[in-house]
Ligand binder design. Structure first.
Ligand SMILES: N[C@@H](CCC[C@H](N)C(=O)O)C(=O)O
Length: 294
C-alpha cells in the first residue's frame, strides 16, 4: 500500500506532508522513521537531500473562516512534537495551495496558531515563557544565562544556557561564532541534561549586525537541522530577556539566519511572537506505508 505525499521546505527545515484524511497510515511513527532517514528515506524529486526533518499529518477543514488545519508533526525518531514553527509555515502554504485561503488557523498540540500566506508565510507563535514549570525545568528556578553544574566534564562545560519554551523547550546558548561550535559534541549533553525532564532543543546564536546567526540541534531529529522556527523565536526571546535587543527595539522584526535560509522574528512585550520566512512545495509523489497491505 502507498500514500500520496508532498514535500515542503521552510527555510531549510523540510517535511513530508500527508493528508491525514486519507487514513492510510496507521503506524505514523514507523512511517516517519522509514521516510525521514537521511540515508535511506524519501528521495528528493527536486534533487536535494534524501529524508526529512519530520512528517506533517494534516487535516484541512476549508468550510471554516478562516480555513482550519489540524497539524501533527511526527519526528524522525517517531516522537510527536507539540509545535514546529517552520512546520506551521509549511502547513499554511499547503492549505493555501489546496484551498486558496491566505489566512489559516492551525490547531497544534501547543494551541491554535494563525498564519498568513503572502510572498512569505508568517505565523503567530504564542508567547515565549521562561517559567520553570512551563519550559519545563526540573527545579523551581528559571535558567537565564545559567551555567549548569551537571555539564561539568562534558564538551558543554561552562556554557551559559537560557531556557525558554516557544511551543517546545529550547536551551539557547549565545556564542561568538556559531560556525565554530562542534554541535554534535556540545549539544547532546545539554539536550539530555536532567535540568530538562522532557529534553530540549539546543540552539546556538551569535550576533550578526542587528540580528543573529542560528544553529539548532533538534530533539526528535537528534541532530542539527538546517533551520528551526521555534529556535529562531527562542533566540529573539532570550536576547530580549537578556536586554540584548534594546538597540533593535523589541517589537521590531529581528533577522535570524539559520544555515538553510533567513527568518524574521518579532517578540513584542504585549502579545504573541511572530515568525516569518519562505515556505514552498518542492515536489510530490507516493510513499509506501510500512506494514501496509499490498
Ligand atoms: N523544527 C521545528 C521544531 C520541531 C520540534 C522539535 N524538534 C522538538 O521536538 O521540540 C521548528 O521549526 O520549530
Amino acid at each position: 500500500m502507498s500514500v500520496p505525499f508532498e514535500k515542503y521546505d521552510g527555510a531549510g527545515n523540510d517535511f513530508v506532508v500527508v493528508d491525514a484524511d486519507d487514513g492510510a497510515v496507521e503506524d505514523r511513527a514507523a512511517f516517519a522513521r522509514a521516510h525521514c532517514d537521511r540515508e535511506t528515506g524519501v528521495v528528493d524529486g527536486a534533487g536535494g537531500r534524501r529524508g526529512a526533518d519530520g512528517v506533517l499529518f494534516l487535516s484541512l477543514d476549508g468550510d471554516t473562516d478562516p480555513a482550519t488545519v489540524t497539524m501533527t508533526l511526527v519526528q524522525p525518531d517517531g516522537s510527536v512534537a507539540e509545535m514546529c514553527g517552520n512546520g506551521a509555515r509549511c502547513v499554511a502554504a499547503w492549505a493555501a495551495d489546496r484551498s486558496g485561503a491566505s489566512t489559516v488557523a492551525i490547531d497544534t498540540p501547543a494551541g491554535r496558531r494563525r498564519a498568513v500566506v503572502e510572498e512569505e508565510v508568517a505565523v503567530e507563535m504564542g508567547t515565549p515563557t521562561f517559567d520553570p514549570g512551563a519550559v519545563p525545568l526540573a527545579g523551581d528556578d528559571p535558567a537565564i544565562d545559567a551555567t549548569l553544574d551537571e555539564l561539568d566534564g562534558t564538551p558543554a562545560a561552562g556554557l551559559s544556557v537560557t531556557a525558554v519554551n516557544t511551543g517546545v523547550p529550547h536551551a539557547v546558548v549565545f556564542v561568538d561564532d556559531v560556525e565554530a561550535v562542534d554541535i554534535d559534541a556540545v549539544a547532546p549533553p545539554i539536550r539530555h541534561a536532567d535540568t530538562f525532564p522532557e529534553g530540549a532543543n539546543v540552539t546556538f546564536a551569535a550576533r550578526e549586525g542587528d540580528g543573529y546567526r542560528q544553529r539548532t540541534f533538534e530533539r526528535g531529529v537528534e541532530g542539527e537541522t538546517r533551520a528551526c522556527g521555534t529556535g529562531a523565536v527562542a533566540v529573539a526571546a532570550a536576547a530580549a530577556r537578556l536586554g540584548h535587543l534594546s538597540d533593535a527595539g523589541e517589537t521590531n522584526w529581528v533577522t535570524v539566519t539559520p544555515p538553510g535560509g533567513e527568518l524574521g522574528v518579532a517578540v513584542p512585550d504585549d502579545g504573541p511572537a511572530r515568525l516569518r520566512g519562505p515556505a514552498e512545495k518542492r515536489f510530490e509523489g507516493e510513499l509506501p506505508v510500512p506494514g501496509g497491505e499490498q
